[in-house]
Write a protein that binds this ligand. Structure first.
Ligand code: 5RP
Length: 261
């Protein structure tokens, strides 16, 4: 692994842990609730994130070029919620990622989907190109509508991603999560998934990091929260400061703006 690639990976981590803020949802969902105006959504959150995951379009339009937060650039797409989600291609080159000063690129793999081979080839292509320039690849183990989110399936998808050369793998928390971690030789982070009550989302982050994940790549459970800044601070408490779920929930509650009468 080149020094440049290791240096980029280390930019994403603080003491081996990471809170990545995901706002790339629009690349297949369009104007996702809470992200209708990305710039407005992220303004109060960037200071609490270790990195920001997004597409180049939102980076260019919604993030100040003076921003020093490491960028994880979504590099796959080409489909929408109206079509087969797994039908992705590489949309953003490594050259473009370098031009945008990204710290990593992200690509979805849909293991078990009709487009499994194509999406794994997308990952391999970005890894091959990324190795030439020291650009790490984050593999996103995407789950199609009909796919199980269990340790057997997610373990398979994570291991294949690592075997193809991903530097970091993002997956979902599941029962027997340790099996997923034990079978994956590169760091694993978890997605938050659909919006949950805040305490449950903190429990998810807590369980995943206690069982071996190095952090989260969380979107909706932060930006769709009634108090996004309080929520990301609480998530940081879990991931970086070893807070219990109760302690983290108190951070969220404390930061909550008073309800308008
Ligand atoms: C979509 C993604 C999202 O970034 C990822 O799912 C994290 O967001 P959330 O916590 O809302 O699930 O990669 O493919």
């Amino acid at each position: 692994m080149s020094w440049g690639l290791q240096n980029r990976v280390s930019r994403l981590m603080k003491g081996g842990r990471t809170v990545m803020l995901a706002i790339d949802h629009g690349y297949f969902q369009g104007p996702t609730t809470g992200l209708e105006n990305p710039r407005k959504t992220i303004t109060s959150l960037l200071q609490y994130a270790d990195s920001l995951m997004l597409t180049r379009g939102i980076l260019r339009t919604s993030v100040d070029p003076g921003e020093s937060l490491p960028i994880v650039l979504r590099a796959s797409g080409g489909t929408s919620i109206l079509k087969e989600l797994s039908d992705e291609v590489v949309t953003t080159s490594i050259e473009e990622a370098l031009r945008l000063n990204a710290s990593a690129v992200a690509v979805s793999v849909f293991v078990g989907s009709p487009n499994e081979r194509q999406t794994l080839a997308n990952l391999a292509e970005l890894v091959n190109e990324g190795e030439r320039y020291g650009m790490p690849v984050l593999a996103v183990t995407a789950v199609g509508r009909e796919m199980a989110r269990d340790a057997r399936y997610l373990g398979l998808a994570c291991r294949i991603s690592a075997e193809l050369g991903a530097s970091i793998v993002k997956t979902y928390y599941c029962e027997d999560f340790r099996k997923v971690i034990d079978g994956c030789p590169v760091p694993v982070i978890i997605a938050g998934g659909k919006k949950l009550p805040e305490r449950e989302a903190l429990q998810l982050a807590h369980d995943a990091t206690s069982e071996g994940a190095v952090g989260v790549d969380m979107g909706r459970n932060i930006f769709q929260s009634s108090n996004p800044a309080g929520m990301i601070k609480a998530v940081r408490g879990v991931v970086h400061d070893g807070k219990s779920v109760d302690e983290a929930f108190r951070i969220f509650e404390k930061e909550k703006p008073p309800r308008a009468e």
